[in-house]
Ligand binder design. Sequence first.
Ligand code: PAF
Length: 308
Amino acid sequence: MSIQLVTTVAGLHAESARLLSARRGASQGLVPTMGALHEGHAELARTAVEHNDLVVASIFVNPLQFGDAVDLDRYPRTLEADLALLEEQGVDLAFAPSVEEVYPGGEPLVRITSGRLGEKWEGASRPGHFDGALTVVAKLLHYGMPAAGLPAGSADAASPGGLPAYRAYFGQKDAQQLALVRRMAADLNFPVEIVGVPTVRSADGLALSSRNRFLSPDEREAALVLSRALRLLEERANAHEPLDLESALALVESQPLVELDYFDVVDPGTLEPLAENCRETPFRGDALALIAAKVGPVRLIDNMPLSS
Ligand code: PAF
């Protein structure tokens, strides 16, 4: 079946209700995106299609999460290619609203605040970014919610109350955003299951990102040091060795085209740095290694879940 494009909230509600009801569907998935889609987004969409009877992907470049008007203007808009990629994965509906549709009264006076979890790491270099991202995610989660009142017997085990199950899909690549969205859904009782989908990497290890297209060939080569440093930590964690963050740090700092912002090992839920002794004694448990750096004009982030 070919993908359907809707641009209004009313259209999204009408079409998703119609399709879910026609299929006697028991579950609906939402894949929020800003477009400029790549294989990482394709993986989100494929996972959602595997899990759900109906899948909606949103394409909306959210002005609220850009600190700089130049960045917002520069963000690639590639609707035709995005629709083709989503259709290939089996997505049913693409929701691509205008800014006026999402923010009809202009910038919202009330926003979600990301709190302490949003102030560190990415939040420290991009003030207001996570408040803007969470505000639009809250709205998108509401827009993408399945309509109530589907035929009796259509609900699956994930929705014992008789309503369709509702799941939303976010990449683990944006680890802090994922942690914040999980906390928002849990802390504010959103009726949605948040699913994190593993980072997709190119064969040489670079995490896929819409920003990679702005790297020159030399910068792209230099950027590989980020995933190499993360892999070093992963190998040590898997071998139950001390993580020795310092030597991984030295590897990154040896690359002159890379200007490191942060590199640390944190608790995956709170994103607080692990106690010093966990880095120096044999590694056990779960952690997340986070890294961010500027490579040429491009700010890149990457991370690696560590488990042992
Ligand atoms: O990760 C993104 O692409 C965006 O931050 C999101 C979640 C679509 C909100 O605009």
